[in-house]
Write a protein that binds this ligand. Structure first.
Ligand code: PLP
Length: 409
């Protein structure tokens, strides 16, 4: 661990949020599954953009307009490279994962789904990858079906296969569960879905910060993620779509930029990806995401993954040593997320005590109510780890959970 420890000590020093006290205690931030903290390089890049480069994009009759447009499109290329897409035209900028799913559901979904069709998801999906499909299904008379998990939090492959049929037109699943941590076998599930004749959308919200992604290798048709879970800004993210499919899709929203020609009677639309980006875009979101990807690439996702696995292993062992702790999601292939409960204590009470100790975790249903129903609990406490966490953070978590146990049980 020696070298990794040193590297990540220096990484940690790049996060100004971690220099503050909360409730008089050192902040131990274990809520990266909800959003990651931002490194100084990303903060500085966005500040520089607002200070010196503010201008609208794609309107350009002047120097700054060209500068901003150049940065915006460079970010698109950067995202394409990061995801292994074959061209930057396959990258649509959106508000994040949720808007990405809504875009695909409304554009591809409304024009391709019909009564009797099925959309296959999994029971561990985030509401962002459930509700948009239900809304579209209701409009066209299609049905949302969910594959089950095993008790250890892994996808039940037999159940998944049994629910794939000629009726299945789209399979939408997470690459990594925000509650259980489980990483799914994206390549396998995609192949099975394609063999059944369905298109595939991968929810990449929790995978992009922990493992390299290659959409061509995965062969998925759509892939969505949010910048804010990847050290980047809020309100920004991207949708990858295979160019041939995007070319056939109608616009999601109407307005400026997405048009080719407008008359009062009729509008013709721009090419992909601009067709899907109505109105002034979140330019500093793109610029900030570019800086965030530079940050990640400078460390290396291989090192990030190795370090997070060390942290997860140690945190799991230490937490399980506390009596009455039950962990949800114990797959050997999982991200650095620990969802747990103290038997007999309410998750919110536990989180409140942890907060008083400076330990920031999330408690509740984590926008996965069907998963909570499957697990038979109203909610869990979730500690999620990232590049800036260290062994002291684990010890602080364990000490605070032991204290919560003493106080609540
Ligand atoms: N999918 C997963 C697996 C998530 O963890 C999240 C956020 O927690 C989302 C989707 C929704 O992401 P956003 O709120 O950034 O759109």
């Amino acid at each position: 661990m020696g070298n990794l420890e040193e590297l990540f000590t220096s990484v940690r020093s790049q996060f100004p949020a971690l220099t503050q006290l909360v409730h008089g205690k050192k902040l131990v931030y274990l809520d990266s599954g909800a959003t990651t903290l931002k490194p100084q390089s990303v903060i500085d890049r966005i500040s520089h953009f607002y200070s010196y480069e503010t201008s609208n994009v794609h309107r350009g009759a002047h120097y700054l307009g060209d500068v901003a447009t150049g940065h915006f499109e460079a970010a698109r290329q950067k995202v394409a490279d990061f995801l292994g897409a074959s061209q930057s035209e396959e990258i649509i900028f959106a508000r994040g994962t949720t808007e990405g799913v809504n875009l695909v559901a409304n554009s591809w979904g409304l024009s391709n789904l019909k009564a009797g069709d099925e959309i296959l998801i999994t029971v561990m999906e985030h509401h962002g990858n459930i509700v948009p499909w239900q809304m579209v299904a209701e409009k066209v008379g299609a049905k949302v079906v969910a594959a089950d998990i095993h008790d250890n939090g892994e996808l039940n492959l037999e159940d998944f296969k049994s629910k794939l049929s000629a009726k299945t037109k789209l399979v939408a699943f997470t690459a990594s569960s925000n509650v259980l941590g489980t990483n799914t076998d994206v390549k396998l599930l995609t192949r099975l879905a394609h063999e059944a004749g369905a298109k595939v959308l991968v929810d990449g919200a929790q995978i992009v910060s922990q493992l390299p992604v290659n959409v061509q290798d995965m062969d998925c048709d759509f892939f969505v993620f949010s910048a804010h879970k990847l050290f980047g800004p809020f309100g920004f993210g991207a949708v990858y779509g295979k160019k041939a499919i995007l070319d056939q899709m109608p616009p999601y929203q109407g307005g400026g930029s997405m048009i080719s020609k407008v008359t009062i009677e009729k509008t013709t639309f721009n090419d992909v990806p601009t067709r899907f980006e109505a109105g002034t875009p979140h330019v500093e979101g793109a610029v900030g995401l570019h800086a965030a990807l530079d940050f990640v690439e400078k460390i290396g996702l291989d090192k990030i993954h190795a370090y997070e696995m060390e942290i997860l292993k140690s945190a799991t062992e230490k937490l399980l040593a506390i009596p009455d702790v039950k962990i949800f999601g114990t797959s050997s292939n999982k991200g650095a997320i620990l969802s747990f409960n103290l038997k007999g204590a309410h998750h919110s009470d536990v989180a409140q005590i942890l907060d008083q100790e400076g330990v920031a975790v999330r408690a509740g249903h984590h926008c996965t109510q069907p998963l909570m129903a499957r697990l038979g609990v109203p909610g869990t406490v979730r500690a999620s780890f990232s590049v800036y966490n260290n062994h002291e953070d684990i010890d602080a978590l364990v000490k605070a959970v032991a204290k919560a146990r003493e106080m609540l049980l």
